[in-house]
Design a binder for this molecule. Structure first.
Ligand code: IYR
Length: 220
């Protein structure tokens, strides 16, 4: 068992303060939208680093932290990712997607063309480590890797939004081409690709509705 230390810096808010903080955070996060139309304005690396460090604080199965993030700003690599993604998307839109799936996507107006992968200043490849390696080089099982990487990705999206950036969770399927392009080992699976930057001037988003609290939550 690890040495136990006192819980550091746990704040105690008044009920009023807690209500205010909970409401303010909801309002802030409810403004987040998936953006598909990016400006080519650069974003400094330090901001991306801080957001990735935030993602790295996520809880994980047995604290094995089964994630790796590849932050790409190189135009050459972004172009290769666009080519690889558009190839898979072309297959998806013309063969792989069921008519039902295409119908579900129709309101979003998406298609196989992904210029955003080159326009946005950063792409972040999120990788799930199916197994890890211990000090002796032996492989080590990861527990709840999908849940852990999902939580870390949610925290990353929240951190990016908090920093004043827009993003899109993009999942060209299959994403195996990302292993080769981003030089990640076979033990890792691409989980998703985040497109990060500022929205283009006049960017629009689909007029979606979110489910009400009553629809998404039950109190017993
Ligand atoms: N990966 C494709 C299709 C797509 C699938 C879902 I589910 C979406 O919510 C959006 C798009 C694309 O990016 O176009």
């Amino acid at each position: 068992m690890l040495k136990q230390i006192p819980l550091p810096d746990f704040p105690h808010y008044s009920e009023e303060e807690m209500r205010q903080r909970a409401t303010a955070f909801h309002v802030e996060l409810a403004r987040r939208r998936s953006v598909r139309d990016f400006a080519d304005t650069p974003v400094e690396r330090e901001v991306i680093e801080q957001c990735l460090a935030t993602a790295g604080t996520a809880p994980s199965g047995a604290n094995l932290q089964p994630w790796h993030f590849v932050a790409v700003s190189s135009p050459e690599v972004k172009e290769k990712i666009r080519v690889g993604a558009e190839h898979e998307e072309e297959e998806f839109y013309t063969h792989r997607a069921t008519p039902e799936w295409l119908q579900a996507l129709e309101p979003l107006g998406t298609d196989a063309s992904k210029p955003l992968l080159e326009v946005a200043p950063w792409l972040i490849g999120v990788f799930l480590q199916r197994w890890g390696t211990d000090e002796e080089g032996a492989s080590r099982k990861h527990y709840y890797a999908h849940e852990s990487v999902g939580i870390a990705t949610g925290m990353l999206i929240t951190a990016l939004h908090n920093a004043g950036l827009a993003c899109l969770t993009h999942t060209p399927s299959p994403m195996g081409f990302l292993n080769e392009l981003l030089q990640r080992p076979e033990s890792e699976r691409p989980y998703l690709l985040l497109v990060v930057g500022y929205p283009a001037e006049g960017a629009t988003v689909p007029a979606i509705e979110r489910k009400s609290l009553d629809e998404i939550a039950t109190f017993v």
